[in-house]
Design a protein around this ligand. Sequence first.
Ligand SMILES: [Zn+2]
Length: 442
Amino acid sequence: MSSRGRMFAGTVVLLVFLLVGAGRAQSVQQSEPDITKVPAAAQPSDHFDVDAATDAYMNLMPASAKAHGDAYFEGGYWLILWDFLVGALISLLLLNLGWSAWMRNVAERLTRFRWLQTFLYWVQYLLLTFVLGFPLAVYEGFFREWKYGLATQTFGAWTWDQIKGLMIGFVLGGIVVVLLFWVVRKLPRTWWIWGAVVTLIFMVFAVMIGPVFLQPIFNKITKLDDPKVTQPILRMARANSIPANDVYEINASKQTTRMSANVSGFGQTMRITLNDNLLRRGSLEEIEAVMGHEMGHYVLNHIPKDMLFFFVVIVLAFAYLKWSLEWCLERWGTKWQIRSISDPAIVPLVALLVSLFFFVLTPIINTHIRTSEAEADMFGLNASRQPDGFAQAAIHLGEYRKMKPGPLEEWIFFDHPSGYNRIHRAMRWKSQNLQLFTGSQQ
Ligand SMILES: [Zn+2]
């Protein structure tokens, strides 16, 4: 059997093993605590204490549920490292075994058009790295999700989603790669600046088409038609000058039990989407709190600001790439049979260097996002006036996020404020607005 034949057979054996194993994967579903009753210490009173109210909410979560969420989230810290290491190993294999140069040679034999050579290289590269990275992807995206009771898909359905992602990678990734190599060939000295510009334009394009053309490939998105839910949301939207006439629902339960919502798109495609898990399991106060948060992203212009932030990151990444690619090619270019920076065979090296860059930048990027999220929280509290709904949401998110990390841990790993901090801020908000809650049914 040739080495490629062995790899194929190995993959088939692995798939069969996984399919059999998948049938046995058990969901560890936690019994759900009733979090909609405001605990005594969080009831409005003249001795309302922010810390005590926060602790009372924290205590609604059984210790086993906390341990469960913490274990899942902390496992994610290691996965950041493993994803990086496995990706780096795959890149080094492709370079050192000459597979990357071999794929380039195949592409060159198939066509004489350079852009098509680049594209054909890309298709082979993506396919090969998809296969080599599949075992880790299966553990991370399938087994681990089932183990923690977060998954809802069969292995077949999950794999189909991965294949759809791969197809999108062929097309959209292919367009970017062809354009970038064209820039490198035409502008050998300033390619890193223009490459950053092309990448940014493409990022804006992807954000714009995402909710309308990409999300529907995986999920069904419908207009939410429940006035009990939509009326308070649209009232809040109008009060905050958000030009929304509709709220959308996405059938996220097809893949996961996670509750979430998001603001997506840009300009004309901007929309607010609730996922069906939130609709099914969240109280109305919780839904309003979450929607207030999402509207905060819109009113505070977080999408354009994020793009500006990432533009700076991308320019830095390209500057670093220019320097590091030249440095590596000088040392190992001949060994890896890479002719120059405009040779598609360089792609695994680019992937390795870019993943190193973003691996090191993890805390910076997380902190940028977490800061926006904290802003959206404050906006959401002011807009929805539902601090208890916020606390409920924080507890629900605790199913997959650690509730009370240390400050350094939060700084490095959290792309949202921790559950404890979110509840604490909500209770502080409540402590200064107690008049809204006294005399009501709360
Ligand atoms: Zn958010």
